[in-house]
Design a protein around this ligand. Structure first.
Ligand code: GLC
Length: 466
């Protein structure tokens, strides 16, 4: 399936406060239905002080007033169902907001130590914060204390949360930062790194093996409890590990985000390695962008955006498309931290629906300005058969015809090629022409002149049928 990631704050504002909301999402569902996606994933909508824009949850079973309320959520699920769209929620199981009542009422649901060990927080600094003569653990911001999943009350409370949204109509969850769920029960230091982690790390993390601060014993049992609560609802895990270490996550989840692909650069050798490793697991959820790592057109270069979309949407298994990538929206100015201290504001600028100054996002002052609505917007691209939006829509339609099988093919340097049943896909990552590795009838190309005789144009991708 194709899952469309909605960042609710930036999708569509309905009440003029400059911040997107659930009624706004509902008003734009026809865009998703027209695009042909199967599901939407909502980044967190729960009540939150917004220290991490909702990834700091203060109440797991309600909606933040800035986004709406439960009745509005029900209207949204109903409207999604009418259009055949599944709705995935974002579950944040590893930490709450420091303002969650649990932190006051059940301090024993959190992880405490008499003195800090050497664990580091995701965005830098010690993962420990002093409080009342002790220290609490926070794998992310200090406003996000880590829950103790070794406490059965925490497990039971989170199972209730998982059931709550599924019973209310959600089709499943994207599970946040799940590799941080279980830690070493003795809270021992992370030893020095003896081999590369297999994914990019921050300067503050790279010297550590990170073997005690995450992926600890008991992970499989905890994941089984999550699965037990949701039955066969769809679960996709945000597991920050290379695919060779996806177990036990891949045993309990339907899919795991392929960070090796998400974080690679646009280089055929690296892409081939990432795709081979992740595809072999049979559990890869493919994504090339999101609210943490930036947009496809910026990450891979505008000249490669179409071929990248072609690749994303022809790989085997669920594909995740970040809002705005369908029109080739780019990141905001290089470094912004007006709101997010980790500098991720630039990946979260509002959706560009039309060419007006506010991009059709809000009648008020948008919380962040749209980047370039006059150059790129849904309205203008919808009726243009040569637009990125039209390409993405055609790719989503063609995807249903691709066969089940998957095999990487030999190809010239700089080319990624694979077979999907009776179709083959080839993508040229270079600025030069390259031999086209297979024969067949062209079905869809990233550009009109992508296939020139037996060669593939620079930065182009093509799907052919045998
Ligand atoms: C995930 C989210 C990210 C958030 C973090 C902590 O990585 O995608 O936005 O900051 O978890 O919840």
């Amino acid at each position: 399936m194709v899952v469309y990631q909605v960042y609710p704050r930036s999708f569509q504002d309905s009440d003029g406060d400059g911040i997107g909301d659930l009624a706004g999402i509902r008003a734009r569902l026809d865009h998703l239905a027209w695009l042909g996606v199967d599901a939407l994933w909502l980044s967190p909508i729960y009540p939150s002080p917004m220290a991490d824009f909702g990834y700091d949850v203060a109440d797991y079973t309600d909606v933040d007033p800035v986004f709406g309320d439960l009745a509005e959520f029900d209207r949204l699920t109903e409207a999604a169902r009418e259009r055949g769209l599944e709705l995935l929620m974002d579950l944040v199981p590893c930490h709450t907001s420091i303002e969650h009542p649990w932190f006051r009422e059940h301090p024993d649901w959190y992880i405490w130590a008499d003195r800090p060990n050497n664990w580091v927080a995701a965005f830098g600094g010690s993962a420990w914060e002093p409080r009342d003569g002790r220290y609490y653990l926070h794998s992310f911001y200090p406003e996000q204390p880590d829950l103790d999943w070794r406490n059965p009350e925490v497990v039971a409370a989170m199972q209730d949360v998982l059931r709550f949204w599924v019973e209310r109509g959600a089709g499943g969850y994207r599970i946040d930062a799940i590799d941080r769920l279980m830690k070493d029960p003795e809270l021992r230091d992370d030893p020095p790194a003896s081999e590369p982690y297999g994914l990019p790390l921050g300067d503050h993390e790279v010297k550590l093996a990170l073997s005690n601060s995450r992926n600890g014993p008991g992970t499989s049992a905890a994941l089984a409890k999550m699965r037990e609560a949701v039955g066969d609802a769809f679960l996709v895990g945000e597991v920050y590990l290379p695919s060779r270490r996806w177990q036990p996550y891949s045993d309990h989840f339907d899919a795991v985000f392929a960070f090796e692909l998400l974080l690679t650069s646009w280089d055929a050798t690296l892409l081939n390695t990432a795709i081979r490793a992740c595809a072999e697991t049979g559990k890869a959820a493919w994504a090339m962008s999101n609210h943490d790592f930036g947009r496809l057109a910026t990450r891979f270069g505008r000249e490669n955006a179409r071929a990248a979309a072609l690749m994303l949407l022809t790989l085997p298994g669920p594909a995740f498309l970040y809002q705005g990538d369908e029109i080739g929206q780019g990141d905001g100015p290089p470094w912004e931290s007006t709101f997010d201290r980790a500098g991720r504001d630039r990946f979260r600028h509002p959706m560009q629906w039309d060419g007006s100054a506010d991009g059709g996002f809000s009648t008020g002052e948008p919380w962040l300005p749209p980047v370039d609505p006059a150059d790129r917007n849904v309205e203008a691209q919808r009726d243009d058969p040569g637009s990125m939006l039209s390409l993405v829509r055609e790719l989503i339609a063609l995807r249903r015809e691709l066969g089940d099988g998957f095999e990487l093919l030999e190809a010239a340097d700089g080319v990624v090629a694979y077979r999907r049943g009776g179709h083959a896909v080839a993508v040229n990552t270079t600025p030069e022409r390259r031999p086209f590795p297979v024969r067949g009838e062209p079905r869809l190309a990233s550009a009109p002149d992508a296939l020139q005789g037996d060669t593939l144009a620079p930065h182009a991708g093509v799907v052919v049928q045998d």
